[in-house]
Design a binder for this molecule. Structure first.
Ligand code: KG4
Ligand code: ZN
Length: 335
């Protein structure tokens, strides 16, 4: 089965062509340069850029995959959660193609896409996780632990009570004046070895799968406020290392706790923060100590992409699911 998937839930305009569980083309037009001057995503600008980019991105995906619309078996688009003005553009593009071609069409939950991304088979033959697995989803908008029993049977065990992990990375980078998006910048800085400031890990002792990241953000702001003058480069690195450590340790602790308690032997990392080297290394170490098998998809499949949407949609379409042309985008859509 060959499907075209379209993703436009935030600031990336993306289209991919998937054949079964292999990627034939995966195109992303990033808007980072547009939004970085504002220190975050400006929804109105995101929508305007999606409008400009959507058709060329789809065309490039089809031509790179060496297919035409006639070769497709279905069309998929993210229909939520995300920015409404962004979602509507990818969704409408997909509906239009489906309407004019008569191809089957389905709207997909963005979180489901992230949670299934690790199952996409790469050229290099890296093994993909079988079901069931315990997934940590940590992105800019969501953070939670999910028991993925099957592609269509996913249970959320706990989520963040306030900020998402990626949001914490972005906000801390902003308050330290490091730039946007904060995750990759902090990741690079924290990889340089050295001292670290110790920051709190909220809900560490609680045997729940909930997170809270607003406290560590405040702790970083207070630490900077107590310094005499602006932080030196060494101080800045020590803050960044300590902040990343606090977030990474709690993320890994909770997903490992869930895997052990539910007796699931596989752990999967998902979402933009799963691209973080510190998280990937720490997860590898702790999963190893607990006899858990870790699956960390390639970084490009952790951050927003259309392959994961195409893949999740392909599974729905093969099970006979269809969306009507009357579906509308959903800003909030829990799994
Ligand atoms: O999954 P994603 O691309 O979009 C959402 O669905 O939100 O996640 C974006 C988030 C941003 O907050 C970004 O700073 C963070 O993922 N991120 C990272 C890294 N790369 C992206 N956080 C930590 N380390 C990274 N290397
Ligand atoms: Zn995402």
């Amino acid at each position: 089965m060959i499907v075209l998937g379209i993703e436009s839930s935030c600031d990336e305009t993306a289209a991919a062509v998937i054949e079964d569980n292999r990627v034939r083309a995966d195109i992303i037009s990033s808007q980072i340069d547009v939004h970085k001057v504002y220190g975050g995503v400006v929804p109105e600008l995101a929508s305007r850029n999606h409008i400009v980019n959507i058709a060329p991105v789809i065309e490039t995906a089809l031509s790179e995959a060496q297919v035409t619309l006639k070769d497709l078996d279905g069309i998929v688009a993210t229909s939520g959660p995300g920015l409404l003005g962004s979602l509507v553009i990818g969704l409408q593009a997909a509906k239009t193609i489906a309407y004019t071609t008569g191809l089957p069409f389905v709207g997909v939950n963005h979180l489901r896409g992230h949670l299934l991304a690790a199952r996409i088979q790469d050229e290099d033959g890296t093994p993909v996780p079988e079901f069931p697995y315990m997934a940590l989803l940590a992105s800019g908008g969501h953070t939670g632990v999910y028991h993925v029993k099957n592609w269509n049977d996913i249970e959320c065990l706990g989520e963040t009570r306030d900020d998402a992990a990626g949001e914490a990375f972005d906000k801390v980078a902003k308050l330290l004046g490091l730039g946007y998006p904060g995750g990759p910048i902090i990741d690079r800085m924290a990889a340089i070895p050295g001292d670290e400031v110790s920051f709190p890990q909220a809900l560490r002792q609680k045997k729940s799968y909930e997170f809270s990241f607003s406290g560590v953000k405040t702790a970083v702001a207070q630490h900077v406020g107590h310094l005499e003058g602006k932080p030196t480069e060494d101080q800045m690195h020590a803050i960044v290392r300590g902040f990343q450590k606090s977030v990474v340790e709690i993320l890994v602790r909770k997903v490992v706790l869930a895997a052990r308690q539910k007796q699931v032997s596989r752990v999967v990392l998902a979402g933009g923060v799963a691209a973080n080297s510190g998280l990937r290394n720490h997860a590898m170490e702790i999963c190893g100590q607990n006899d858990l098998q870790l699956f960390a998809p390639p970084r490009k499949r952790c951050t927003d992409n259309a392959s994961m949407i195409a893949y999740a949609g392909l599974l729905s379409l093969s099970a006979g699911e269809r969306s009507g042309f009357d579906i509308s985008p959903k800003a909030n859509w829990p799994l």
